[in-house]
Design a protein around this ligand. Structure first.
Ligand code: E4P
Length: 217
């Protein structure tokens, strides 16, 4: 499973990238607001740092305007994935932009039927929002499993990008189901290293090492 980081904070991206775990980046208008940066500037900086797909979202709601914004965003760098909302106009824009050879990430997906349509419109990525379904007492992970089954039934090439990952279990379950990609905030990705037995074992090793009186360097 590929790991995308869900942030527009260049310092956070740089830190995770040093560990070699960043295969791509996703942003959205809320994350751009949080960064306090101009969308074209920060997106360019992220694209210079990361080789993989960097999603940048349009804000128009009519297909023609979405296409125009998508073309402008795609000019930032060759690894831009134009992010489009899963609306009728968004899918029309998806069809046009993918035919032009641009990567498209169809976002705000909350049903398997929406994901089916996005695949038929040629989306490069479909972003089902797991955490936001959990927020309304639905099981977001069921949606990932349903989309996996449907895409495999018909060998659609659209990649399932598990989004709105709020916990390490979301990531684990996405990997078990076979999502192609997941995108999570930096703090959730960092939590993947944590295990109390790792901490306990390390404390024991450090204490015993001290007793040996040895040094490696
Ligand atoms: C994905 O592309 C979205 O930017 C993101 O995963 C949304 O997550 P949230 O529901 O935690 O805001």
């Amino acid at each position: 499973m590929e790991f995308f980081v869900d942030t527009a904070d260049i310092n956070e991206i740089r830190e995770l990238n040093e560990l070699g775990v960043v295969d791509g980046v996703t942003t959205n208008p809320s994350l751009i607001l949080k960064s306090g940066r101009a969308i074209l500037d920060v997106t360019k900086e992220i694209c210079d740092l990361i080789d993989g797909p960097v999603s940048a979202e349009v804000v128009a709601t009519q297909a023609d305007a979405m296409i125009a914004e998508g073309r402008k965003l795609a000019q930032v760098a060759s690894n831009i994935a134009v992010k489009l909302p899963l609306t009728w106009d968004g899918l029309k824009a998806c069809k046009t932009l993918t035919h032009e050879g641009k990567m498209v990430n169809v976002t705000l997906c909350f049903s398997a039927n929406q994901a089916l349509l996005a695949a038929k419109a040629g989306a490069t990525f479909i972003s089902p929002f797991v955490g936001r379904l959990d927020d309304i007492n639905l099981d977001g992970m069921d949606l990932i499993a349903d989309i996996r089954t449907i895409y495999d039934n018909y060998t659609f090439g659209t990649k399932i990008l598990s989004a709105s990952m709020r916990s390490v279990n979301h990531i684990f379950e996405s990997a078990l189901i076979g999502a192609d990609v997941m995108t999570a905030p930096p703090d959730v990705i960092k939590k993947l290293t944590r295990h109390p037995l790792t901490d306990k074992g390390l404390d024991q090793f450090m204490a015993d090492w001290k007793k040996t009186g040895q040094e490696i360097l």
